[in-house]
Design a protein around this ligand. Sequence first.
Ligand code: KG4
Ligand code: ZN
Length: 361
Amino acid sequence: MTRVLGIETSCDETAAAVVSLEAGRGEILSSVVLSQIAEHEAFGGVVPEIAARAHVETLDGVVAAALADAGLRLADIDAIAATAGPGLIGGLIVGVMTAKALAAAAGKKLVAINHLEGHALTARLTDGLDFPYLLLLVSGGHTQIVLVRGVGRYERWATTIDDALGEAFDKTAKLLGLPYPGGPSVEKAARRGNASRFELPRPLKGEETLDFSFSGLKTAVRLAAKALEPLADRDVEDICASFQRAVSDTLADRLGRSLERFRAEFPDIVVPPLVVAGGVAANAEIRSTLMELCRQTGFRFVAPPMELCTDNAVMIAWAGLERLRAGMASENALDMAPRPRWPLDENAAPALGSGRRGAKV
Ligand code: KG4
Ligand code: ZN
């Protein structure tokens, strides 16, 4: 049995977890996620300096809690996996330095993990997927379609050419005066709203490209809100519902093209999986839209449970196990350095929203 302690500090969650691998099966032994929502709420988004300080103050306790919950001591762990990027530099330094110190003190292996790889591989832990599969990664800093060929073998098929989808949710919430974090607030308000009241655009709909765009949608939301000021609760709910519907439609349209491409490239896979991951994958309407798209196209819809879609350290520990199993973790990564920018597919052309995760303010 191999046990890995995972550490995640790349944005506004301080997280640690222990995951084991035995006879090819992964098991979550503990998962602690300390959200910094309260610290950032007054500012309407993540403030990097506050985030870094909060990680410094809490990470030791979070790691101790993850070990205690698993009923283990550091000595029982085989390796430590820490997010080395992409993300906010302050938090990354705290996580990487802590992991190095623990590894050096206890004589453990250290594995540097790309946060996006954590999101990309989670479905193999939760659903035992085989490679290859198609991944829609939708989070605060990214909106990408990635062909996952194997551990460390990622091919980016599409990316956003402007805003990430989570960012569009967060900005919409802020504009409408809804509390941070924006995604869950918009979803909650949308539940009571009328999705057909506002005609919002479906950016790039029907276009040849596989890419995404959300800035036009954001602008349309701003104009709709401005025209109605001051906004009643009803208006906010209707805008949220219309926005969420436009987002779901756009995702289904853009994704449809990638599903066709996957079919053409892998005709032998009868029911190929489509994996949805990242914070925005916690959205129920988006999930059900994509589930329906999969039903129509003969794909298998796979979405990790909500708590493993938003940032956590289970996915980092699991990515560490995957790398160890594949012989892709160096014996001693004490020279690992934080990488604020770190695209999953190093060969893909640089694009806004790929490999970049910044402050959400
Ligand atoms: O993956 P994640 O936790 O952090 C990043 O790696 O960025 O994603 C956070 C993003 C935020 O933009 C947040 O507003 C969004 O995911 N999000 C949601 C929901 N829950 C979180 N967006 C829409 N609906 C939700 N229920
Ligand atoms: Zn994330």
